[in-house]
Design a protein around this ligand. Structure first.
Ligand code: GDP
Length: 441
């Protein structure tokens, strides 16, 4: 069937011995395999051989039973070139009564077009979808591994905590993979053991700063680009998706290029989606500098990244490792602020202070804006509702002033804030709506 070849491919080792002779009984062999960020044990059984009555040999069945007892998923391999045999049917009938989920791999499907046709016949086994693979060439094995991973138990988390979702975002060649390697170690960043397979998304889970982190879509980061797609193509939608899934984004900027239009689009999306953020300015080693360079450069970059003025900025070199170890502590700080709640009394102390320094504007007709009180209504990002007499009286300048005062008084570094200005009319309208709904009930 090519079982050992497939095992070798999944585990990328030369250790498993290939036996061509049917009926060779062996013990189970265990080898470590890995796919994406998951490692797992591949247990290889001796192969199921049947006697004349289509009963397979007891000692092999014993091995297979032992293997299945500890398995999360079983992969059964059949020979696509040979086609469906009574032996396959025998194995299928037996496997269907086991408690383990089963994946059906149809081997020797070297040609993708013929592969599907060859595999189609194996639907009849009643083991679900047949997966055409070529153990020799590796075709289809990536898809198979994706399915395998789906059956593995979830990564154990630190006590009862959801992992923090972190996305490393940036244009190609700013040094995302290099940073990932510098922080996690080369070994972690090896994409896949199988050549010629492209993966859609791989998330890497790791422990840092006493927390569990999920690094989103690291496949997109690690993939080596041999093709130059030009400036317009770098999968901005893929970046947008990662931002959307994240709690916190590490936006990587190339110190040599400064902030480009694409960086601005990414930054804008991070703000719009309300994600926490740390800006990392990489390739700092490649900049000629004196003691004034960093503050000057920070000013220049921030002027173009004004919508992220709340995000901490870190100057790193993935090459030398300078400051890369500060990324996780800063990201954690940002996440904590992103989830932070403050009491209504604290909010109102800050608002009172803000009002005392600067009275709200008034309309031409002399109507004075009034800010009655405020309260935090949600987190991720921290959002506040400010109750006023009429929101129209509060222009952008004053709104920005109030946000600055909140930040000055309460911190919130690393997270965007949302301020909702609600007037009496809107409150009345809401109350009226509530009343009507109540009546309708
Ligand atoms: P990615 O496309 O964002 O993942 O970027 P890579 O990590 O593949 O890096 C692109 C190029 O920039 C590679 O040639 C790296 O060696 C180089 N590079 C990455 N980080 C640094 C750095 O801190 N300093 C210097 N001088 N070069 C870097």
């Amino acid at each position: 069937m090519g079982k050992s070849t497939l095992v070798n491919r999944l585990c990328r080792s030369r250790e498993a011995i290939v036996h061509d002779e049917p009926g060779v009984t062996r013990d189970r062999t265990y080898q470590e395999g890995f796919w994406g960020d998951r490692t797992f044990m591949v247990v290889d059984t001796g192969g199921l051989v049947f006697d004349d009555d289509s009963e397979f040999l007891p000692e092999i069945r014993e091995q297979a039973n032992l293997a299945l007892a500890e398995a999360s998923v079983a992969v059964v391999i059949v020979d696509g070139q040979q086609g469906l045999t009574p032996a396959d049917q025998g194995i299928a009938d037996w496997l269907r009564n086991q408690k383990v989920p089963v994946l059906l791999a149809v081997n020797k499907c070297e040609s993708p077009e013929q592969g599907l046709a060859m595999a189609g016949e194996f639907w009849r086994l009643g083991l679900g979808e047949p997966h055409p693979v070529s153990a020799i060439h590796g075709a289809g094995t990536g898809d198979l591994l994706d399915k395998v991973i789906g059956f593995l138990p979830a990564v154990e988390l630190l006590e009862g905590e959801e992992p923090i979702q972190l996305a490393i975002i940036g244009r190609p060649n700013v040094g995302k993979s290099s940073l990932l390697n510098a922080v996690c170690g080369e070994k972690r960043a090896i994409v896949s053991p199988i050549r010629g397979t492209t993966r859609d998304t791989i998330d890497t889970t790791l422990e840092r700063e006493g927390k569990t982190w999920k690094l989103l879509d690291t496949a997109g980061i690690r993939r080596r680009r041999s093709v130059n797609y030009g400036p317009e193509f770098f999968g901005i939608n893929r970046s947008f998706k990662a931002i959307e899934r994240s709690d916190v984004c590490v936006l990587v900027i190339d110190a040599l290029d400064g902030v480009t239009e694409q960086d601005q689009r990414l930054a804008g999306r991070i703000e719009e989606d309300g994600r926490a953020c740390v800006v990392v300015v990489n390739k700092w080693d490649a900049i000629e500098k004196d003691s004034h360079t960093m503050p000057a450069m920070e000013r220049e970059l921030r002027a173009k990244l004004y919508f992220l003025d709340w995000a901490p900025m870190l100057f790193t070199s993935a090459l030398s490792g300078q400051r890369v170890q500060a990324i996780f502590p800063l990201a954690l700080l940002a996440v904590e602020q992103h989830r932070r709640r403050v009491t209504t009394s604290v909010v109102n102390e800050v608002l009172k202070e803000a009002l005392s320094w600067r009275t709200p504007p008034s309309s031409r007709g002399g109507r004075q804006g009034r800010l009655y009180y405020g309260t935090q209504v949600s987190v991720r990002p921290p959002s506040f509702t400010l109750f006023v007499n009429d929101p129209k009286l509060f222009g952008d300048t004053y709104r920005r002033y109030v946000e600055r005062q909140i930040r000055e008084g309460l911190g919130f570094e690393g997270t965007p804030l949302r301020l909702f200005w609600r007037g009496k009319q809107e409150r009345d309208a809401e109350k009226e709506l509530e009343r009507q709904q109540h009546r309708a009930r």
